[in-house]
Design a protein around this ligand. Structure first.
Ligand code: S3P
Length: 166
């Protein structure tokens, strides 16, 4: 049984959906960011970015993807920047059905307002440019694309399950 990998911008609902899907399908949950942090000597993604920068984080992220695909029947919740690594995405593509959770930028900002756990969401203009840059990558790698604006997580989970390969 293949894995399911959730991709999408920060705030697109990957973590929430991954938990719901894992419950409903009886799959294990694999949170890439949590794995990166626990394999490091740091206590948060923010701390890794602040101490070592984004490039270092991307290396750790690639290693975490490699660890993730060693097993099957998991819902893998990826960080929003996973699509910046072609190698990482090739590994996922071979070992998972890739679901893109698509939310408008407006929806994303509504969901993330008041949060401070995302180093790349600190500056609004940069985050907006990143969204525009990433959108074609999410679409390129997706096996299935699901819009999430105005839907409850349960509705999104239903949509995903209906579109999973039989
Ligand atoms: C990032 C997204 C974050 C986390 C890190 C970098 C990104 O994950 O991996 O802050 O580059 O978009 P979420 O998408 O789960 O917030």
């Amino acid at each position: 049984m293949k894995n399911i990998a959730l991709i999408g911008f920060m705030g697109s609902g990957k973590t929430t959906l991954a938990k719901l899907l894992a419950d409903r399908l009886g799959y294990d949950l694999y949170e890439v960011d949590d794995d990166i942090v626990s394999a490091s000597e740091y206590s948060s993604v923010n701390e890794i970015f602040d101490k070592h920068g984004e490039l270092h984080f991307r290396e750790l992220e690639k290693n975490a993807i490699y660890r993730a695909i060693q097993k099957s029947k998991q819902v893998i919740s990826c960080g929003g920047g996973v699509v910046t690594s072609e190698n990482g995405m090739m590994l996922l593509k071979e070992n998972a059905t890739i679901i893109f959770l698509h939310a408008d930028y407006k929806t994303i900002t509504k969901r993330l307002i008041g949060t401070n756990s995302r180093p790349l969401f600190r500056y609004m203009e940069k985050a907006m440019a990143l969204y525009a840059q990433r959108l074609p990558l999410y679409k390129k790698y997706a096996d299935v694309e699901i819009t999430t604006d105005d839907k409850t997580p349960e509705q999104v989970a239903d949509d995903i399950i209906a579109k999973l390969p039989k």
